[in-house]
Structure formats: C-alpha cells, structure tokens
Design a protein around this ligand. Structure first.
Ligand code: ADP
Ligand code: MG
Length: 707
C-alpha cells in the first residue's frame, strides 16, 4: 500500500488536531498529566470515552439516607469546622448539609482548603450536590464519607451530580472532576465544529446519531439509552472505516491481473489428489483445493488465507496447489517459521510431490555452501520447481526463474513485510497463507478483511480426540509411570518444559537438568533426547530426525516444538508448569499428538494459582475444538494479547470491542460492502471523508503489522 498518509485529523476533525493546552483552563501541568494518558490533542480527548456511567440522576432526601447506601443529596451547608486528628499531619474537615427533610454530616480527610470554600457557600447561601457513601455509624447525624460535591449553579451544567455521570480511565495527576471539566469545556467551546463523516443515508439506514450528538451524549449523556446509542455510533463508524479500508485493498487487487493463469480441467484435481496423497482428502480439503484452483485460474492474483485447526491437513492442500502450478510450468516457494518445520515440509511435501516427478529443494540458514549454491542456481534456472525454506528464502541471492505461487505456513509468525518480500520475488504471484491458529469469525473480519478466507472445519477421519488430564506437581511420578507404559507399547512421548526465565541460556540449563531427572528418576530404561533453542541447527536436526525415526522414545524440549511438528507415533505430550502457557500455545502443543487413529493423551502438570490460570487449564480439559479454545482464549486475554506476538497485526480500536460488539461489526461490514458496491473507490463527494479515514486506517494497519 503506497498511499501517502493523509492527515486524518485536519481533514476529518477540523481544528481537533490542536494541542490540549489550547483549551481554556488547561494549565501546562494539567496538559502533561493528560499527555501521560496518551491524550495530546483535542481529538484524543474527544476519543477518551468513559469506561462506564453512574446514574446519579435521583436526589435522595437527607432524612431517607440509610447506612451503606451510596446516594446523591442536595442542600445548603450550615456549618463547617476543621480539626487535627490523632495522627500528626492529618486533618479532618466536617461540614453539615441540610435540606427540607433533615441534616447530614460530610467528612473529608486532608483537604483543609475546603473550610474556606464551604464558608463561602454558607455566606452566599448557595446549594450544592454531594454524592458519596453513607457511613454505617448508628447515632446522631448520618455521615457522608468523602463525598464528591459540586455547586448547584444554574449557569453551569452539573457534571458530578443530578445526572448520568461519566467515569473515565484515570492517570497520574488526573481525577474524575478534572477530566469531566475539561471534556465539558471542549464540548462547549468546540462542539459545534465536530463534522460528520457518515453521510445521512448511512445514518438513517442504521439508525445512528449524528457525530456531534454522539460525542456529547457519550461523554455527558442525558440517559443511559442515549449513552449506549452514542457509543454504538462511534463503534460503528470505527468498524466501518476498517472494513472500507480492507475493501479498498481488495478492490485495488481485483483490478490487477496476473500472467500466472493456471487452467484446470474437471478431473485434474481428483487425479492429482489421488496421485499425490496417500489418503483420501476430507471434504473440507477437497473444497479448499477447488477454491484455490479457481483462484489460480482466474487471471487475478490469489490472496487467500487457509485456516484450520492443528492437524486438519493444510499441508496436503498446499501440495496439490503446488503440483497444479508446477504442471503449468510455474515455481512455488513455501516459507515456514522454523528450520525444524521447513525440514518436515521438505520431507512430506518432497515425498508426495515426487510421485508427480516434481523436484523440491530446501533453503535454510544452516545449509552447506555447496548445497546453497546448487539450490540457488536451480531456483534461478527454473530446474527446481519447488523451494521450501525458512525466511532464508527472502535473501536477495535467492532468485526464481518463474515464481507463480507463494505459500506461507504459520503465517502469524511472519510480518507483512516478510510475506511481501517473498511475494516480490515474482510478478503478481498467487499467495496462500496458512494458519493453525483457529480464530473466531469476527476476528477474521478484523484481522484478515483484506484476504479471502477458507477454513478447514473438519479433521481427517479416524482421529480420536486427545484425552487431556490436569495433574498436580505432586502427581508427576504417576504421570511418568503412565508415559513409561505407553513407551513399552511402542509409542513415543513429548515432554515440554516452559520458559522458566527470560534468558534462553537459563532455559536450556533447566531443560538439561530436567532431562537428567526424567532419566534418573522416572524413565530409566528409555531413550531420551533434548531439543532447545540454544542448540546448533545441525544438532537440532539430528535430534528431530532421530525422534521421527523412532530412535528416541522421549523428546524433552522447550517450546521449539510448538508449531507444525508431525510425528504420528507420538502418543502423549506432558506439559510441565502448564499454567505458564497461554491457551493458544497449549492447544498448539497438544496438537503434536492425536495425529493417528490410536488413543493419545495430553497431561498438563500444574498447580494453578490464579482464577485465570485455572480457567485456561479447565478449557483445555473440557474441549479439543480449536475454535472453542480460541474463543475462550480471546475472552480470557482480550484481543490485544490474543496471539501473544506484536506481529499479530490486530488493529487496536478506540471504541470498539470485537467480542462485545460483534453485531455492530457485522452491520458495519454489510454497510461497507454496500457503499463500495455503489462507489468502489469512494470518490463521490459524500464519501470523501470516509475515504480519507480509510486510507489513514490502512497506513496504521501497515504500521501495526510491520511491527
Ligand atoms: P496442519 O493443518 O496442522 O498443518 P498437517 O498438514 O501437518 O496438519 O496434517 C496432519 C497429519 O494428518 C499429517 O500426518 C497428514 O499426513 C495427515 N493427513 C492430512 N490429511 C489427511 C486425510 N485426509 N486423511 C488422513 N490423514 C491426513
Ligand atoms: Mg501445518
């Protein structure tokens, strides 16, 4: 996307790009406090919407106050005094407030200046509102503890009482009163300058407030219903802009053509599938293969996400796509995030594609100089049609004669720029990105709105769900006895020890020590291998190969085995300190087993301390369904941390919450499609501001994704 970054603020928000200190009553010191909260401009403040509201619209007669209650009263102050308490330096201010029904005492700690302020109100006989907790004490006057108070002055609207009151996220040096006052000044002085980027036809169709009303009502609502309607309007607009942004990308691509047209006849897909794969494809795989074939025959570059739970068989789909491209004389590049995974792909794809006499080559960092040279010349000359590798594929020295298809596995491990770099090794190439992170549908819209999406919602037949147990540390010995039993029956086991420290070196030591312990105490008769991030690539390779060849019974590792590994004979994975892992990661790890038609197990060893950790482990025990796991994960952690990596490219929203606001997201999506259908480039006048915002959103998305 080479859009110049338009200045969204000046275009869409008028003078709202001004710094906050331009507002009357905002001191430099206050401006700094706001800045620590990320609020620099008027627009930032406008967008700092309340976390929630308190309904303080009902005034309680003082005679009706009950201990334990939180209440709003209105009255005149009749007396005020100050005394020192037993604790040195601590002062107590007491003021009596009365209405027609009775009197109550307000108490404040360490606010001696209140004496003067209240004396002034007594003299002027001017009423105030006070809002606070009624103390549980028994006799005498009711006591209101540390109330928020404000003048009932007909010249000013109230902000803290006699209304629905906004409660904001706070920062150092800022309290609710300050934020409310500043927001109120902003709305009073600049509110009329708020412009609306939503054309009237959209507002009418979706029943949305206009922008000016929405900002006023979201901050200082007249009713709870108005507050909700105001927030909805802002969320809608935000989601709409994102969907329009994605629509612009898709539209721009739709206009592009590619020379890589790969025709296919009616029976060729079945023939190729049968030739290559040693099993019957699932109907989900069949469907994905057909969809991809259609993409590649269309004359437009494919941009498709293939996502499916771990073990759903994405590699097989990739194999058929590669074979189609190769038959049409085009090269393919397959990029995986780790060497171990690249090697595994080279092994399985290599074996399958060999049946169609299609050669494959492996490009990884650790390869020998001569291997590298022959691979590079083969790729450049076009004699090696398929190159599989890590990000080593992106290096400038790797050239292709006729690259037509790029496949990126476990794509969330890569940044957009890395994917692009690979794509640019050819001209308008087809791209298939694959992800084993199952994500809820709403998140697909938010994350991959620019891609076409195919999901593999089906597992290969005969798979038995992995049986998952949660065991405490104290039960470890029994767990390993069970593992020993499975090994005696010819199966293999993974043991995972998590990051115990930020440093890889410490982690390696811990893993090494753990291997010794398992060898000495638990599984003396077994062949045990170790895999960790600090090992030289060659040693890693040897260990993996030995495990795959069943020359090792147990593979103890840190999390390097997390993605993609496929050793069907492995029957059990033991995850130590399982509470240290995120849900998505646990599910990925569990995906290493259950890859055959025999029973397999996942044992989580943990003594979870927090409720959140308990909920995570419980979700693992309760379900094997990656999509349900993903939803639970999203709920437990929130979208920001969902993928746990900064490359995840999740746009952060000012207003919207992709879980809570799913229905608004779907509406906004529908609206975006309708708008783009009528005006694909957003060039007509009433869409001009939306276009500017959408382009700005694209620039932000790229920035997030590029990390
Ligand atoms: P993932 O989608 O996690 O990348 P893989 O492509 O590694 O999954 O496939 C997991 C395992 O399932 C592999 O051993 C693969 O050979 C096998 N497999 C894939 N599709 C089928 C199928 N239709 N029938 C039987 N086994 C299959
Ligand atoms: Mg895979």
């Amino acid at each position: 996307m080479n859009a110049r970054e338009p200045d969204i603020k000046s275009a869409a928000a008028g003078s709202f790009a001004d710094p906050l200190r331009h507002l009357p009553g905002v001191s430099p010191q206050a401006a700094r406090s706001f800045e620590r909260l990320g609020i620099r401009t008027l627009d930032d403040l406008l967008g700092h919407i309340p976390l929630r509201y308190e309904d303080r619209s009902v005034v309680t007669p003082i005679a009706d106050l009950r201990p334990g209650q939180t209440a709003l009263v209105r009255g005149l102050i009749s007396s005020v005094d100050k005394r020192d308490t037993k604790r040195p330096g601590m002062t107590l201010v007491r003021a009596v407030i009365s209405d027609d029904t009775g009197s109550a005492e307000m108490v404040f700690f360490n606010q001696p200046y209140l004496v003067k302020q209240f004396a002034e109100r007594i003299r002027r006989r001017s009423p105030i509102y006070a809002y606070g907790n009624i103390a549980p004490s028994g006799f005498g006057l009711r006591t209101i503890e540390h109330p928020e108070w404000e003048d009932d002055d007909p010249r000013h609207q109230t902000l803290a009482g006699n209304r629905i009151v906004p409660i904001y996220g706070l920062g150092d040096g800022l309290n609710q009163a300050r934020i409310r006052r500043t927001v109120s000044t902003l709305l009073d002085t600049r509110g009329s300058a708020i412009t609306d980027q939503l054309p009237a036809h959209i507002r009418t169709r979706y029943g949305l407030l206009d922008a000016r009303t929405a900002y006023r009502e979201v901050h200082l609502p007249n009713s709870m219903a108005q507050a909700a309607a105001a927030r909805k309007r802002l969320v809608f607009e935000e989601f709409l802009v994102l969907q329009l942004a994605y629509g612009l990308i898709r539209g721009a691509r739709g206009n592009r053509t590619t020379d890589h047209v790969i025709p296919y006849g009616p029976s060729i897909l079945d023939d190729l599938t049968e030739l290559l794969l040693p099993f019957q494809p699932t109907s989900a795989q069949r469907h994905a293969i057909r969809t991809i074939a259609e993409d590649m025959a269309s004359g437009r570059p494919m941009n498709r996400l293939l996502h499916g739970d771990v073990g759903s068989g994405k590699t097989a789909v990739a194999a058929v796509a590669i074979a189609l491209a190769a038959r049409a004389g085009m090269q393919s590049a397959v990029m995986a995030p780790t060497e171990v995974l690249a090697q595994q792909h080279a092994a399985s794809l290599g074996e399958w594609l060999a049946r169609a006499e299609i050669r494959t080559g492996l490009a990884i960092g650790g390869a020998s100089a001569s291997d590298r040279t022959s691979l590079r010349s083969g790729a450049a000359a076009g004699t090696i049609p398929v190159i599989i590798g890590t990000h080593a594929l992106i290096e400038a020295e790797v050239q292709f004669a006729n690259l037509g298809l790029v496949i990126v596995d476990e794509q969330h491990r890569f940044g957009v720029l890395q994917r692009q770099a690979l794509q640019e090794k050819g001209h308008e190439v087809h791209m298939l990105v694959m992800s084993a992170t199952p994500i809820p549908r709403t998140l697909t819209l938010v994350l991959y709105g620019d891609l076409d999406v195919t999901a593999l919602h089906e597992m290969p037949p005969g798979r038995r769900p992995v049986i998952t147990h949660l065991r405490s540390q104290a039960q470890a010995r029994q767990v390993y006895e069970g593992v020993g039993e499975l090994i005696r029956r010819g199966r293999q086991a993974y043991v995972v020890c998590p990051l115990v420290d930020d440093s890889q070196a410490v982690e390696a030591v811990a893993a090494t020590r753990h291997v010794e312990r398992i060898r000495m105490e638990y599984l003396p008769a077994c062949r045990i291998g170790l895999l960790h991030g600090q090992m030289p690539a060659q040693e890693k390779r040897r260990t993996m190969a030995a495990f795959r060849a069943n020359e090792l019974d147990v593979l103890v590792s840190t999390t390097v085995i997390e993605v993609g590994l496929d050793v069907p004979n492995a029957a059990v994975i033991v995850i130590e300190n399982a509470d240290r892992f995120g849900l998505a990661q646990l599910h990925q790890l569990r995906g290493r087993v259950g890859r055959s038609d025999k029973a397999s197990y996942c044992v989580l060893i943990a003594d979870p301390k927090t409720d959140e950790a308990k909920a995570r482990l419980r979700a693992m025990v309760d379900t094997n369904d990656g999509f349900r796991i993903a939803e639970a994960d999203l709920r437990l952690r929130g979208p920001g941390e969902f993928f746990g990596t900064r490359q995840s490219g999740i746009p952060t929203f000012r207003f919207g919450d992709i879980l809570r606001d799913e229905s608004i997201l779907l509406e906004a999506r529908e609206c975006a499609n309708a708008v783009l259908q009528q005006d694909p480039d957003l060039t007509i006048d009433e869409h001009r501001n939306l276009r500017i915002s959408a382009l700005a959103m694209l620039a932000r998305l790229e920035a997030v994704r590029a990390g």
